[in-house]
Design a protein around this ligand. Structure first.
Ligand code: SER
Length: 596
């Protein structure tokens, strides 16, 4: 096995697929643009959903990249040897081009030849088949042809061998997963990669994406058969170097060393402090990537900002466990900034913002954490011995007065054998009419397919409004951020004063006139220079490489964009601005809706 560093593995992977006709594309933002189904980019396929569904990607039908990903479903598991909230996913895609044969052949070749993994240590799983999709004998036989014997090919059901969609609806399909056999004995005669005993460690997942999951739970065939693969960078570096945990890889080691030095704690010496060190290393890395992202966010009480707040506050809590000084977590962030600025230039560009926002949020919580813990212990102390439940009111007070995210209160309670009256907490919350994390949950629940049309139309309205602002107010106005849900668009742009009511009305009228004109929305592909010459607005400069898609809406708008959009402006309904406010210094924010 080749003991590659993370940097070497990224390069080896991308070069391997580039040599097989794949265009290397840049990681998309961690904050999905114009996609209401999830809060964060959770997989390499996520920014590619329109292309898996049949839109044409300007860079071609074979793509490869390293994608920044965040998954926060398992925050509580972080601290063990393999869970991370941020990770990098190495991926390669066929957008209706090659299928199982090439995908499996190349995976085998990369793993055994390029990475030097002994074929005897590989095991794979394939889809066992059900009423939605046939048993995947084809993949099994391809694995055998490549050299994996039948006794290391496992047929598993949908629960294990089906991937996606990323939200509730969207592209998905059966997959074949590749595992390293760690050499541990089988825990039972039935031991398989489905088992969590630790014998098999998943390193790569090849999804044969050929279905679309609908809002009613049924599956329809996609226009084309795709391949979507994902390999976890952290895990694979760990395996290649024969390490016990991802925290020992070069991705975490410098941060862990800093935490150890500043807190005087030895990593690995003792379970509780080791867990705390891992939690801090993980959460501050994720916070650094969220703050420093090209669509970077800041801590808040809703949506992505709430998750970021939880991560930072949880890191502050664990910092206390190992006596890491108050400015310690910022020092850890600085280590990550230096480490990642080469791979993701936005991290270097946003270094000051990362340090400032992290310091502010940590300081806010550092002042109330100790008091909150005291309050928590007092409340628990008052409970009669037979009562093992913290009241909703107490949990709400911890949130409202001491800034404890409810999940933190639940975690503290669980450590002492208590649970929390969540219903009572929600009631207390509503009573105070506080803004809640419900926003975040709603977003998780929302589906794309049923909302796809609404989202596309609002996306089209965003282009028209962008053009209206430039035409009516200032030709130097540029998009600084865009976020679309099924209900509204949100658009940030550079402008140094509030809009007057007359200007707002003029923008609305301009957009409504464009809608009334009912012009066709034309999509063309062209080299980026041609798009510039045509006068297209460049929102996604350099994002897709040399060839870009340009959406033209008659005389009204011409913009580089990935789509999708409505077919004609007349589909849009009545455009209305519902809010115009400051977003940050020199940046205004507009929220607008379409009424029908
Ligand atoms: N989408 C699949 C995954 O996340 C493969 O990339 O595992």
């Amino acid at each position: 096995m080749k003991q590659l560093t993370s940097k070497e593995l990224r390069a080896t992977y991308l070069n391997f697929f580039a040599a097989r006709g794949h265009a290397v594309i840049k990681s998309a933002s961690l904050i999905p643009e114009n996609d209401p189904t999830v809060l964060f980019t959770t997989a390499g396929m996520h920014p590619l959903v329109p292309y898996l569904s049949g839109e044409k990607h300007p860079a071609g039908r074979r793509l490869t990249d390293v994608q920044k990903c965040v998954r926060t479903g398992d925050i509580d598991e972080v601290g063990d040897s393999s869970h991370c909230t941020f990770f990098e996913m190495l991926g390669n895609w066929s957008l209706g081009d090659y299928f199982k044969k090439e995908s499996i052949g190349w995976s085998y070749e990369l793993l055994t030849k390029e990475l030097g993994i002994d074929p005897a240590r590989l095991a794979v799983s394939v889809f066992a088949g059900d009423e939605d999709c046939a048993r995947d004998e084809e993949s099994a036989s391809l694995w055998q042809q490549n050299g994996i014997p039948a006794d290391r090919i496992f047929y598993l059901p949908k629960k294990n061998n089906w991937w996606g969609p990323a939200g509730e609806t969207g592209p998905c399909g059966p997959d074949t997963e590749i595992f390293i056999d760690t050499g541990k004995p089988k825990c039972s005669p039935d031991c398989s990669p489905a088992c969590s005993c630790g014998k098999y460690l998943e390193i790569w997942n090849n999804v044969f994406m050929q279905f679309h999951k609908n809002a009613d739970g049924t599956f329809s065939p996609l226009k084309q058969k795709n391949v979507d693969t994902g390999m976890g960078l952290e895990r694979t570096v760990c395996v290649l170097n024969g390490l016990q945990s991802v925290y020992e890889t070069d991705l975490f080691a410098p941060a862990i060393a800093t935490i150890a030095r500043l807190s005087g704690t030895t990593y690995g010496a003792e379970a509780e402090s080791t867990r705390a060190m891992r939690v801090i290393a993980d959460h501050i890395r994720t916070a650094t990537m969220m703050l420093g992202d090209e669509n970077g966010i800041v801590p808040s009480n809703v949506n992505q900002g709430y998750i970021l707040r939880r991560l930072i506050r949880r890191a502050v809590r664990f910092a206390r466990v190992i006596n890491l000084p108050d400015d310690g977590i910022v020092e850890v962030a600085k280590v990550y900034i230096e480490q990642y600025r080469e791979v993701y230039p936005e991290i270097g560009q946003n270094a000051d913002k990362i340090v400032l926002e992290l310091s502010k949020e940590a300081a806010k919580f550092q002042t109330t954490l100790a008091q909150g813990i005291k309050e928590f212990e007092k409340v628990i102390g008052y409970l009669p011995p037979e009562c093992k439940r913290l009241s909703g009111k107490a949990a709400f007070r911890l949130y409202d007065t001491f800034g404890f995210p409810i999940e933190m209160t639940q975690e503290l309670a669980a450590e002492k054998g208590y649970d929390v009256d969540i219903k009572g907490y929600s009631k207390a919350f509503e009573e105070h009419q506080a803004k809640s994390r419900a926003g975040a949950e709603q977003t998780f629940k929302g589906g794309l397919a049923d909302h796809a049309e609404a989202t596309s139309r609002l996306h089209t309205a965003t282009h028209l409004m962008n053009a209206a602002l430039r035409t009516l107010l200032d030709p130097n106005i540029r998009q600084r951020g865009s976020n679309i849900t099924a209900e509204r668009l949100r658009f940030d742009f550079n402008f140094d004063r509030p809009l007057t009511p007359d200007e707002i009305k003029a923008v609305e009228d301009w957009v409504n006139a464009a809608i009334k004109a009912d012009v066709e929305i034309v999509c063309e592909e062209m080299p980026i220079e041609a798009a510039r010459e045509k006068g297209a607005m460049g929102v996604f400069d350099n994002k897709y490489g040399d060839v870009v898609k340009v959406y033209t809406m008659g005389e009204f708008s011409c913009e580089i964009c990935g789509g999708p959009h409505a077919k004609r402006t007349g589909e849009l309904g009545h455009f209305k601005i519902v809010k115009e406010q400051s977003s940050s210094a020199g940046i205004r924010r507009i929220k607008a809706i379409l009424e029908y």
